[in-house]
Write a protein that binds this ligand. Structure first.
Ligand code: SF4
Length: 68
């Protein structure tokens, strides 16, 4: 599963990092970033829950998610 974060939409709420800390982290400015290789180790359920937790729908999932 590929994961894309729309950095123009992310508001840095941190919900994704709380829900799936193996996949999502926050950069120095507090915005979401992907943990290297995190998507390979997390379960689809964890990633999906993190995406659903995002209050601004900044996380896109799928085999070919839209570029963000
Ligand atoms: S949950 Fe959404 S808005 Fe919050 S840090 Fe993650 S991507 Fe950004």
């Amino acid at each position: 599963m590929k994961i894309r974060i729309d950095h123009g939409t992310c508001i840095g709420s941190g919900q994704c990092t709380l829900t799936a800390p193996a996949v999502f982290t926050q950069d120095d400015d507090g915005f979401a970033a992907l943990v290297p290789d995190g998507a390979r180790t997390a379960t689809p359920r964890q990633v999906t829950q993190a995406a659903l937790s995002c209050p601004v729908q900044a996380i896109a999932l799928g085999n070919d998610p839209p570029d963000a």
